[in-house]
Ligand binder design. Structure first.
Ligand SMILES: [Zn+2]
Length: 268
């Protein structure tokens, strides 16, 4: 199939459209229908595709997002690089609300989510030692610095099942492990992209301090409404960042993400 888009963007909570004017594409995949129609448009000279991961009316809670269909839809359009903004809670006092974190590791605390395209008979084990594309992280960070955004070059996100937020004890445990931020949607999206040999860049926007940060006066039990409002305040910056990343990404990939399946199978 002809490549129709090179860069795919998954919008997070409150981020339901990316383009002023775009072509709408309806896609049905082997794994069902994605969260919404895919919009495709040219940005900074590159073809971008956009899917709001929670749907245009936020009808898919984190544990019900059709992650397989969403990643498949991008693959069908020829997407090789994904930019994935997410709202996160901070587990550390020094990670502040409004900070942009370019996560380099995740810890999966979700359960029951379908997280592989490969159910056999060809057994496939991709490496997720470094699940986020190093080249895109470098470019993302440079773009954020150029824009004067308070940003962090690394971060470990613990992905919880949701839709409920963590208890104080859970949050305290996550913090005690040295993890930085907490979220509900990074998994399995990032590993499904890896299985499709796509580069994947997470841009985490800190929307609140998680409840495990006890004794800190900034901590109040978070609400979904507060998360969406805080994320919304940063959507303009996110769109600008996406355009800058699209403008500066080298045409050829200089990373190993495109070879994820090369040694993932035992060839007979
Ligand atoms: Zn890559």
């Amino acid at each position: 199939m002809k490549q129709r888009a090179e860069i795919g963007v998954f919008g997070g909570s409150g981020f339901y459209s990316l383009f002023k004017k775009a072509e709408e594409v309806s896609i049905r995949t082997t794994y069902g229908v994605p969260s919404s129609k895919v919009t495709v448009a040219r940005v900074s000279g590159r073809m971008l595709a956009f899917i709001p991961r929670h749907g245009t009316r936020h009808q898919f809670p984190p544990h019900s997002v059709p992650y397989m269909a969403n990643v498949s839809a991008f693959a069908a359009l020829g997407v090789t690089r994904v930019i994935a903004p997410t709202a996160v809670g901070s587990l550390r006092p020094e990670v502040g609300v409004g900070d942009f974190v370019f996560c380099d590791q995740f810890v999966n605390f979700t359960s029951g989510r379908k997280d592989s395209f490969y159910d056999g008979p060809v057994t496939t084990h991709v490496s997720t030692a470094d699940p986020y594309c190093p080249e895109m992280r470098k470019i993302g960070l440079e773009a954020a610095q150029k824009m004067g955004l308070k940003s962090r070059r690394t971060g470990t996100v613990v992905v919880i099942q949701g839709p409920r937020f963590s208890t104080r004890s859970e949050s305290r445990f996550f913090r005690s492990q040295g993890w930085d931020v907490v979220n509900m949607t990074q998994y399995p999206e990032v590993v499904l992209a890896r299985e499709k040999e796509m580069c994947y860049l997470n841009v985490s926007v800190v929307t609140d301090y998680d409840v495990g940060l006890e004794g800190d006066p900034r901590v109040v039990p978070v609400s979904h409404e507060a998360v969406v409002k805080a994320f919304n305040r940063n959507i303009g910056k996110l769109k600008e960042l996406i355009a800058e990343v699209a403008r500066t990404l080298p045409k050829e990939r200089g990373c190993e993400c495109g070879k994820a399946l090369e040694h993932a199978r035992l060839e007979a």
